[in-house]
Design a protein around this ligand. Structure first.
Ligand code: ATP
Length: 328
């Protein structure tokens, strides 16, 4: 059996997100069991560690650690923002289809060298569409985290307004960076530049930015991953769609996903007595972000007034507040 010290060390490495140490301790426990003649248990632990390392890509064949990168300086300051958000894929709650699509991107990226031997390239230009708060930004962070790459967000407001007239030149700077520094690059609220070229009130400048963007994306041969995210896919110019390697449609959570979101967010509470049918019905129509926030509200109320006991009624009250907020 693992000693209390080993369990403490496992918990500490988990809290510190130190995967290497976590696995090293688990293997120590396996070795100890083997020494005591518990060979079956030892090989089960070892197999679990290997499987988990493969999934997390932290084993001996893992990708390189995230290089030390700094916030962009000079002309790029204000256009590109280095975002630190170590989100793990386990925190994301997605439909099976969206999860599979993201895993496919990760698989191709992790095996890019093998693909290259056959003249093939991994998916790297992705369009994420879907309502606000459904996990588009979070998924870009998960891609970066899982691939041990930095995540840069392109600040479109600054690109389009501050540099009126010189946006194409600024875009070139961004794409130079994309070429030089392998990372995940998130163009959030992409519809700001991806708007249909013919629509009313179209500003000439935006059209030029869009044309430049399409050209850079088309010509780009970098190893970086470009993620464009939008809540308004219907506004996007049709020409945009074929420039992407994959278009992933995020949805509001269904009953299964709502339950998973609640369980994840309230993992520190006893949820045995919750009435799931009532909760999932009440939360229908909310985004994943709203469900998460409602859980946080309910959790705070439980901690402050009910001594860590969380009830169905408390969560439903918080969910209804979210619905009301949306209507107002
Ligand atoms: N699919 C999800 N799984 C788990 N948590 C989620 C999910 N979607 C959203 N959340 C929660 O909501 C927060 C905001 O989500 P996120 O920024 O990823 O949404 P988005 O789709 O990018 O929204 P927007 O279009 O408004 O930028 C996350 O930080 C997380 O707490």
């Amino acid at each position: 059996m693992a000693t209390a010290e080993q369990i403490k060390a496992l918990l500490k490495s988990h809290a510190d997100r130190d995967d290497q140490r976590f696995y090293a301790i688990a293997l120590q426990v396996a070795a100890q069991e083997a020494r005591q003649g518990h060979h079956k248990l030892a090989s089960e632990i070892k197999a679990l560690v290997e499987k988990s390392q493969q999934a997390a890509n932290v084993g001996p064949t893992a990708a390189k650690p995230i290089p030390l990168v700094q916030q962009p300086k000079g002309d790029l300051k204000g256009l590109l923002e280095l975002t630190h958000s170590p989100v793990r894929s386990g925190e994301l709650v997605l439909t099976r289809e969206v999860r599979e699509r993201l895993e496919r991107v990760l698989l191709e990226q992790r095996q890019k060298d093998r693909l290259a031997q056959f003249g093939l390239f991994p998916r790297r230009k992705l369009l994420f569409t879907g309502p606000p708060g459904t996990g588009k930004t979070m998924s870009a962070a998960v891609l970066a985290n899982e691939l041990k790459l930095p995540l840069y967000t392109i600040v479109l407001d600054n690109l389009i307004t501050r540099f009126m007239g010189e946006t194409a030149a600024k875009l070139r700077l961004i794409f130079d960076h994309i070429k030089q520094t392998r990372a995940v690059y998130l163009f959030d609220e992409f519809d700001a530049i991806g708007t249909q070229r013919g629509v009313q009130n179209d500003v000439g400048e935006i059209r030029r930015v869009l044309n430049s963007f399409l050209l850079f994306v088309e010509q780009g041969t970098s190893e970086s991953i470009i993620v464009a995210a939008t809540n308004h896919p219907e506004l996007l110019d049709k020409a945009i769609y074929r420039r992407f390697d994959d278009i992933i449609q995020f949805e509001k959570p269904g009953k299964d996903e709502i339950r998973q979101l609640i369980e994840n967010r309230l993992a520190l509470f006893n949820t045995d007595t919750l009435v799931w049918d009532r909760l999932t019905a009440a939360a229908e129509g909310l985004s994943s972000a709203d469900v998460t926030r409602a859980c946080e509200d309910a959790a705070k109320e439980a901690v402050l007034y009910h001594e860590t006991r969380i009830t169905t009624a408390l969560i439903i009250k918080a969910i209804e507040r979210r619905h009301m907020k949306k209507r107002n």
